[in-house]
Design a protein around this ligand. Structure first.
Ligand SMILES: Nc1ncnc2c1ncn2[C@@H]1O[C@H](COP(=O)(O)OP(=O)(O)OP(=O)(O)O)[C@@H](O)[C@H]1O
Ligand SMILES: [Mg+2]
Length: 379
């Protein structure tokens, strides 16, 4: 009798363990789906499926760490082609990026591996990213090295020693210093000037795609996975491309877009860096896209000046223009945007070096003050 009871208990414990296992597997599966990833890079225009998708509030790494458990992870000492893996640098919607050594040259490199091949388009987009990067050479854009196509698709590039601005924002727990924000803006605008001249639109300018190099404070733009060359790319027409928190209204509404989407997204990135919070704080992707759907809803966002009262009013005006709903009302070129940022830096430096009491202030002699006073009393 006692053994039957023990067997029964054992049976139920086994059932409980199996159910728990199934539950964990299901959770991991849904987290590994790119639609649940935040920031999202690409998704279909059928918004109904996003109604329940929550935007991540914390660092994206919490979500991404869970994803790591469901995908193969290379560890230090593993090889991929000629590259010997050192450590994981980051991961996103497409796969993982590792720090590695090129065994042929002993050079340190970063290797981006395509892992999440959900459709043939993903492969095409990854190849398009490599194709775009091959043609670029600019100090504020990551340098491309080599594409490898075989069983696995991956490419190598310059490894930037530093932190992406999304991680920097998280570490900082608030706005970055104003002077650094302006420098980041100027350097990114320089990268955009060059890109647009080459006919390339990045379409995903955001803190996570800008790395701030340690010591030098050089800003380096990465991740051209949804970039277009002369308006052409492999994205299917029914897809919305971009990251909802930073994307332009044209991208959100899938209407005709041009390189001015990058001007908007840089404005939105600087909004986040200067206030410590994104321009729109919605809990769902659908909520965010709704904000971008009409001028009235779009313009209801809080101005940077109200969120961070230490910012100069001129910066507030700058963000307003960079993030205008209508592309015609924005800075029309990255050069115009860079010049506006340089003016802001100039006036910041001027006020910073202003002696107490203002410019051209020469202290009056005591005798002069006394003379003034006696005139005043005589009158
Ligand atoms: N060359 C590099 N040097 C150093 N770190 C890098 C480099 N490339 C990428 N990273 C790190 O890996 C992260 C993800 O890289 P990347 O943005 O290219 O991936 P992704 O899959 O396209 O991401 P997502 O689509 O989510 O934006 C970056 O935010 C950065 O932290
Ligand atoms: Mg990215």
């Amino acid at each position: 009798m006692r053994t039957t009871r023990r067997k029964n208990r054992l049976f139920w414990i086994q059932i409980a363990i199996i159910s728990l296992g199934l539950l964990i597997a299901k959770t991991n599966f849904s987290l590994s789906s790119p639609q649940n990833l935040s920031p999202v890079s690409l998704f279909s225009r059928d918004f109904s499926q996003f109604e329940t998708v929550q935007m991540s509030k914390g660092p994206r790494d919490t979500i991404r760490d869970l994803r790591l458990t469901t995908r193969s992870k290379l560890i230090s000492g593993d090889f991929i082609g000629p590259y010997k893996i050192k450590s994981l640098l980051g991961f996103g919607a497409w796969g993982k990026i590792y720090s590695a050594i090129d065994t042929r040259t002993k050079a340190e490199v970063a290797v981006k591996i395509l892992e999440n091949r959900e459709s043939v388009h993903d492969e095409q987009k990854f190849l398009q990213e490599a194709k775009i990067l091959t043609h670029l050479e600019h100090p504020n854009i990551v340098t491309f090295y080599e594409l490898h196509q075989g069983n696995k698709i991956y490419y190598s590039m310059e490894e930037i020693k530093g932190k992406d601005l999304e991680k920097k924002l998280f570490d900082n727990l608030g706005p970055l210093p104003y002077e650094l924000i302006l420098s980041i803006g100027i350097q990114t605008a320089r990268a955009l000037e060059y890109l647009h001249e080459q006919g390339v639109t990045h379409r995903d300018i955001k803190p996570g795609n800008l790395i701030l190099e340690e010591i030098t404070e050089r800003v380096v733009l990465i991740d051209f996975s949804i970039g277009l060359i002369n308006g052409e790319g492999p994205s299917p027409n029914d897809e919305v491309a971009g990251t909802p928190n930073y994307m332009s209204p044209e991208q959100a509404n899938s209407i005709e877009e041009d390189y001015r989407v990058d001007i908007y997204s840089l404005g939105s990135t600087l909004y986040h860096l200067s206030t410590g919070r994104p321009a729109y704080r919605e809990r769902t992707i659908l909520g965010l896209l709704t904000k971008l759907s009409s001028k009235e809803k779009h313009d209801s966002r809080k101005s940077v000046f109200l969120v961070n009262t230490e910012l100069p009013y001129t910066f507030n005006e700058f963000i307003k223009k960079a993030m205008a709903f209508d592309p015609e009302e924005r800075y029309q070129t990255a050069t115009e945007m860079r010049e506006a940022l340089e003016d802001l830096l100039l006036s910041y430096n001027r006020t910073r070096h202003t002696p107490p009491g203002g410019f051209n202030f020469t202290k009056p002699k005591l005798s002069e003050v006394r003379a003034q006073k006696s005139i005043a009393t005589a009158i």
